[in-house]
Design a protein around this ligand. Sequence first.
Ligand code: NAD
Length: 496
Amino acid sequence: MDTLPNILPEVRKNYGVLPNYIDGEFKPSISDKRLKIYNPALDEVIGEVPIATDDEVSEAIDSAYEAFHKWREVPITKRIQYLFRIKEILENHFEEISRVVTQNHGKTIHEARGDMRRTIENVEAAISAAYTLAKGEYMHNIAEGIDEYMVREPLGVFAIVTPFNFPTMIPFWFIPYAIVTGNTVVVKPSEITPAPFNFLMELIHREAGLPKGVINVIHGDGSVVEAMLRNKKIVGVASVGSSQTAERIYRLAGEYGKRSLNGGGAKNFVVVMPDADLERYMPTIISSFFGNAGQRCLAGSNLVLVGDIYDKALRLFIESALKLKLGYGLDESVDMGPLVTSKARERVIKYIERGVEEGAKLILDGRGVRVPEYPRGYFLGPTVFVDVVPEMIIAKEEIFGPVANVIKAASLDEAIEMINKSEYGNAASIFTRSTENARKFVSSVDAGNIGVNIGIPAPVAFFPFAGRKRSFYGVLHPQIDTIDFFTDKKVVIVRP
Ligand code: NAD
């Protein structure tokens, strides 16, 4: 590594076997089941993650349960002070944490910094929500001499289960809101990219002074999540992952009588109308499909070109995709990193093969792309299919890689119909100069996050991160909505 030019320094070469974080202490797991953690740009092992034992899961939940009874009594104005400290820690260590994200996930340092900014924004939104939304309501004289009020109460211990692609931001879609409202949490980070959250927890442990048991971290895979769900002291779960995982957790939570909120997978459409300002918006369209190497739940996957813009839009799209520089994300000049694991790369390649079998025409094939400085990395260049129809598997299933399917449509109505037939409903974007087109799109498309001349319609923290159909299982959404998810309402009627 030392011989490679122009790359930012890694914070650590190796993270060892990650410990669980239970009752305010980092505790090595006694489990002999472990998975390796990789740097995907280099194909190097940078640590190991244990699959926690059932006893360790119970110990973490017991600690959170014990802590809950004291934490809920801490006045909210004091709980907020811990969040201010966490914000300061994240700001002070912004660059280091971003570099750990790049090292373990593979995304570029610019993308990692974007995740970190949104991570911090969620702390800020939780602070502001605590001052406003977490307040109750009061009505004087609802009947003669009688007053009524409503208070929000915390519920207890929540499980938080997160995916590999945003290792700090997605845990923070939940943690700040859960703890500021008086709950305690047991977090199960992704077993593929656990290093950034572990690193961040080391900083919080050292510098935040949070009472023990308020945040616990337990490592492992789906089996650990099931053990958490079976535990009677867990009152609810907030999870994000594939639709299969989201649906599974939703069902299990229902079976065990817990509230749950579960973000699932996606298959997002980007529609380009004949009147789109292509020169201006091509960078955001390209970033939608190939940013984060296509591993975003808001990533564009089906590019629908409407009417006579087809030739020009396709030419510009390919020209822009060809300009993307692949490499190790710690090099500031890199535009696109590798896929997260070699298995993920193989899965995407299988979809490319499937597309060819289905009769789609591969006009840009990322499989042949080589990155000479990093020959072992899990790179896959931008890949573009044309002659795709919505019935093809590649147009229907989530690929989660840098693959764009170009689909022709004769009209906006036809494009909207395609989108609404999809099983997924995470995001959809339109590029147009027409307010009429935009309005029709916004009101007719059955998806949770809509972009108008925006390629990645990611809601800021003080809006819910929406999602529909197989992209979301539950009622309340991540980010600000979780103030409702993490509290219950109690109504009191008083005759003095
Ligand atoms: P994944 O479903 O494999 O894993 C997500 C989390 O669930 C991990 O912590 C994992 O250990 C756990 N898990 C896996 N199988 C489980 C099971 N059977 N029971 C209980 N828990 C289980 O997802 P991933 O590959 O880490 O992440 C990528 C997926 O996440 C993509 O489908 C992407 O679209 C989705 N995602 C969705 C959103 C959203 O907001 N809707 C955001 C980011 C990512």
